[in-house]
Each structure stands twice: as C-alpha cells, then as structure tokens.
Design a protein around this ligand. Structure first.
Ligand SMILES: NC(=O)c1ccc[n+]([C@@H]2O[C@H](COP(=O)([O-])OP(=O)(O)OC[C@H]3O[C@@H](n4cnc5c(N)ncnc54)[C@H](O)[C@@H]3O)[C@@H](O)[C@H]2O)c1
Length: 302
C-alpha cells in the first residue's frame, strides 16, 4: 500500500514509518518539523514539510494513499494547559482536515493516535468501555478527534480506527524539553551522570509500552481486515510500574552514582494508569518488549 504518515518525523512516527517500510509499503511523511526532525525519516520515505491545519497541503499529500496513520499533534500535557487553543487547533481541527481530505481523496482507512489520557483519573484497569474523564486540554482534544473519527466512519464509511496508546517510551523520544516524557528525560540524565527530577512522591504508576510494540500496533491497525471501523483499541501492556521502581531499575543498570530529587507534583498528572488491551490482542497484537530490556536499550544509546 501507499501510506501517509502524519507526524512521521517524530518519535512514534519514525518507528512506525520504519515498520511500514519493512512490511513492504511505500510511505509519505507529512510533518511540520515542530518537534520532529527530518533526520528521523528513513531515506526510502518521501517527506512533505507542511502543517496539518493547511487543508490544501493535506489534500495534496493524501492523494494516491490507500491509508493514513495520523500522529501529527501537540503532545504535551503541560503545553496544552498553557496553550489550549493551539492544542485544539492542531489535534482536533487538524484531525478534521485529515479526515475530510481522506474522504475526498478516497483514502479508505485512517488510524488515529489517541491516548490513555482520555480516561483521566478514573480508578482501576482501563478497558475501552471504562468511563472517560479527560482532565486537561490535551486529553479533550484527542477525545474530540476520536469523535470525529466515529463521525467519518458512520457518515462517510471511512474505515476510522483510533488507538489509545498508554505511556510510550523508546529511542528517539526527545529528552531536551520540559515537556518530554519522563523515561526519555531520566535515561538522558542517567547517561549524562546528572541528577533526575521526580514530580511528586514517585508512587504514581504507569503502563509503559515500548515504541517498537506501538509501531507494530499501528501496522496492524492499518492493514488488518479484522480491525473494526469506528472503534477504539487500547495499546497497553496491562502492567503498572511505579516511577520509584523505574528509578531503582535505572540505578541497577547505571550504578550507584545514579540519583534523583523530588519536586512538587504537577497539575494534570494522574496517580495511576493501567490499560487492558484484550481487544487489540484478539486481533493478534501482543506486547513483546519487557520494561527492563526497553530501559536497558535506552540507557545504552549514545
Ligand atoms: N508518546 C506517548 O507516550 C504518546 C501517548 C499517547 C498518544 N501519543 C500520540 O502519539 C502521536 C505521536 O506522538 P510522539 O510521542 O511521537 O510525539 P512527537 O512530538 O515526537 O511527534 C509528533 C509529530 O507531529 C509533528 N507535528 C506537530 N504539530 C504538527 C502540525 N501542526 N502539522 C504537522 N505536523 C505536526 C511534530 O513535528 C512531530 O514530528 C501524537 O498524536 C500523540 O498525541 C503519544
């Protein structure tokens, strides 16, 4: 297939592009390089540098594509609290531009990168039927994007599949911004021999899923005849790990010089997050990368 990947110069996007190329597809990346980098895009893929809110550019890029993986977004929770309008414009209106362009161009399938943040702080293991309680503009922007996906599935027959990723980690996740994911920041600090900062007491738990497993989930959602249009699927391991456990594992990997300090908890941080991915597993996806192997890979990167 010829596949469009929006946000393909970013962290999850670049791994997904590599997985699609390895599976024999041709890939066009659409990215404004605001957080992604051209160097992340494999040479075999075409790169279109443009903004997801530029409708004409999206229409031109999607022409001839049988499927789209839609990852382009403003991804940071703290940034979404500071810039809610920009977050809605890119994440929600950007998804509307993408879906409308897909409908007009006859791009049959669209896969959206959604997030476990749509569940907010509801207790317990989250399956796709769990109540939704987005607490921050980022989560709301993605829930509205999911609703647009359902709308285009029902109204226009676009095969629209939303994946709710839990906490994704792995190589190429940016560590150089205050908005960066926690594992990227800590592994970079561990490599550089610097002190890590932990927001809160470290007893928060997360369901960390490797970017390699997420790339395989994206590939499956783009290609599986069994994936149901208009539906959402969790991409999670089902395992909860506390931040304190991560710190201990990193110290085991790096040595006793690895150390950290605590800072006040951040607004919008939820205490516990763990996902049930039985529905995606029914399609044949299973997480394959264990957390200690994934952390070891990250700590080794130079
Ligand atoms: N990393 C996670 O833990 C996680 C969890 C849940 C969902 N997601 C979702 O996965 C997707 C990819 O996230 P990521 O972690 O790889 O982040 P990322 O920042 O590395 O990737 C986002 C990409 O989108 C591009 N982009 C941003 N705004 C754009 C715009 N207006 N027009 C065109 N391109 C634009 C960026 O340049 C970047 O390449 C996002 O939709 C994010 O919401 C990520």
């Amino acid at each position: 297939m010829h596949i469009l990947v929006t946000g393909g110069a970013g962290f999850i996007g670049s791994h997904s592009v590599a997985a699609l190329l390895a599976d024999g597809h041709t890939v066009r990346v659409f990215d404004n390089l605001s957080s992604g980098q051209a160097a992340n895009v494999p040479a075999e893929a075409e790169l279109v540098i443009a903004d997801i809110t530029d409708h004409a550019a999206v229409e031109a890029a999607i022409r001839g594509c049988a499927a789209t993986l839609h990852l382009a977004a403003l991804v940071s929770v703290p940034q979404s609290l500071e810039q809610p309008i920009e977050t809605l414009a890119v994440n929600t209106t950007g998804t509307a531009h993408l879906l409308e362009a897909a409908r007009r161009a006859g791009c049959a399938r669209v896969v959206l990168a959604s997030t476990c943040a749509v569940y907010g702080d509801i207790p317990g293991v989250k399956d796709e039927q769990a109540p939704l309680r987005p607490l921050v503009p980022y989560a709301t922007s993605k829930l509205m994007a999911e609703e647009l996906m359902r709308c285009y599935a029902r109204s226009y027959g676009v095969q629209a599949i939303s994946l709710r990723y839990f906490n994704v980690y792995g190589p190429r996740q940016r560590a150089d911004s205050p908005y960066s994911g926690v594992l990227a920041r800590w592994c970079a600090a561990a490599r550089a021999g610097q002190l890590c900062r932990v927001f809160g007491d470290g007893e928060q738990t997360r369901d960390f899923v490797s970017v390699h497993d997420v790339a395989r989930a994206n590939l499956m959602a783009l290609t599986s005849p069994a994936a149901v249009s208009g539906e959402v699927y969790n991409v999670a391991t089902g395992r909860a790990t506390s931040l304190n456990d991560i710190l201990t594992t990193l110290r085991d990997l790096v040595g006793p010089q690895f150390s950290w300090e605590h800072a006040p908890a951040r607004t919008g941080d939820i205490p516990h997050s763990r996902g049930d991915s039985a529905r995606l597993q029914d399609l044949g996806w299973h997480p394959q990368v264990g957390l200690s192997a994934g952390l070891a890979e990250l700590v080794m990167i130079r």
